[in-house]
Design a protein around this ligand. Structure first.
Ligand code: MN
Length: 420
């Protein structure tokens, strides 16, 4: 809790001349009659308070540093159904705030006082949340360690004939068993051609021998996410064709991790990954032409249509650091995440190669990239699906990034993990 107190002090320093900060925590969201979705605290609120209860508010006087936590007034009926909820005295001790009041007193408390505008507060929080503190990194490391063990369990459990959701169950059971009861995002478990659906969610197909299985899944620890993807052979051994594509993605990922250092622009890294993938696909006869042209015309995007990296933190696609960090895109290709990497950033590294029917068979794309893409060859891969390899790395002040993800990814190691 002293960690959260320090973060509130840091926010107060930033907004000292702006007045009063009012931040509302999350409230339960109805799922259907009498049932709410599993509650997940608002990320900003969690960042500043560590409070995982719904219906709370934080009011922080940035000038005097005085902080008040507002908690819901609990009646006996609520206690009958929900059990013990800390009252003001207990909440004050638990969450180390100056004062605790009831949420129904908030309106009166704020009356006539100047409150920091939502956009100003948004920017200050984006700025603060970008660089992770040692305490945050501990949680992120733990989320990664447990999610990583769950990925290894999935590799060991996979067998032809199983359904994708059986592996989803293996992954999620491992995380819950280790104490992480919330996923950072819905698990993607995609066998064969399903891996070419980037946000595949059905997870109900049968795993067939000879196919690859792509699993993109991560748990969160007190809100801090892990975001990990592995692709492995259902039968435990890569075929020649799978090996070729896998190796292109793996070498690209490893090279991008080597280059991910403080001061490097994430957009440049993305272009570097496009070039590496284009080069690999050239050597496999899927692409033809100069790397510059394959990147600038977007030909390589037919096989690699998403970004290389995003920020990771309390949100799986985390804040990118506020207005003062906004940069023009220095490259000639559209990139969503443009930032100069800083010590304390945790980012994903997730190149991929996919054979997506909607792109490969698109008449306009076929006209535009005629000559650069061997569409006949690409069509012969339509049953392939795709390969993505995703690790989470911490940018450090000096030297290479620290990889938080320890899950087998070299071909021999993946096959050994599958055989276990
Ligand atoms: Mn990701």
């Amino acid at each position: 809790m002293s960690h959260y107190r320090q973060l509130r002090a840091a926010l107060a320093r930033k907004l000292a001349s702006d007045g009063l900060v009012h931040l509302a925590g999350g409230t339960p969201i109805p799922r259907n009659h009498d049932v709410d979705y599993v509650f997940r605290q608002n990320s900003d609120f969690l960042y500043l308070t560590g409070v995982e209860e719904p219906g709370c508010h934080l009011v922080l006087d940035a000038k005097t540093r005085r902080e008040v936590l507002f908690v819901p007034r609990i009646d006996n009926h609520h206690r009958v159904w929900e059990g013990h909820v800390p009252g003001p005295a207990e909440a004050r001790r638990l969450f180390r705030v100056d004062r605790v009041m009831y949420a129904d007193e908030l309106k009166g408390y704020l009356r006539g006082r100047r409150v920091v505008s939502p956009s100003r507060l948004r920017d200050a929080l984006d700025d603060l949340r970008a660089c992770k503190t040692p305490a945050e990194l501990e949680l992120m490391t733990r989320a990664n360690r447990i999610s990583g063990a769950a990925h290894r369990a999935v590799m060991a459990a996979a067998r032809p004939g199983m359904r994708e959701y059986e592996l989803q169950a293996v992954f999620e059971a491992e995380c819950v068993r280790a104490g992480l009861r919330h996923l950072a995002y819905p698990s993607i478990v995609a066998a064969g051609a399903n891996a070419a659906v980037l946000h595949y969610r059905r997870n109900d197909a049968v795993l067939r021998s000879g196919e690859l299985l792509l699993i993109d899944a991560g748990a969160e620890d007190r809100g801090y996410a892990a975001d990990i993807t592995r692709t492995f052979p259902v039968s435990g051994r890569f075929t020649r064709r799978q090996r070729d594509i896998y190796q292109v993605v793996l070498e690209t990922q490893k090279e991008c991790i080597r280059r991910a250092r403080a001061g490097v622009n994430s957009a440049d890294l993305h272009v570097a990954s496009m070039r590496l993938i284009a080069d690999g696909l050239k050597s496999l006869g899927l692409l033809t032409g100069s790397l510059d042209a394959l990147v600038e015309t977007g030909a390589v995007r037919l096989f690699y249509p998403h970004g290389l990296t995003h920020m990771l933190g309390l949100d799986v696609h985390d804040v990118t650091g506020g207005k003062r960090r906004v940069l023009p895109n220095p490259t000639k290709v559209p990139v969503r995440f443009v930032a100069k990497l800083e010590p304390g950033f945790v980012i994903t590294m997730e190149p991929g190669v996919y054979f997506i029917e909607a792109l490969i068979k698109d008449p306009a794309l076929r006209r535009r990239h005629r000559g650069a893409v061997d569409f006949q060859k690409a069509e012969s891969f339509l049953d392939f699906g795709g390969v993505r390899i995703e690790d989470d790395v911490l940018i450090r002040a000096a030297g290479p990034a620290r990889n938080l993800t320890a899950v087998p990814k070299e071909i021999a190691d993946v096959e050994a993990a599958c055989a276990r």
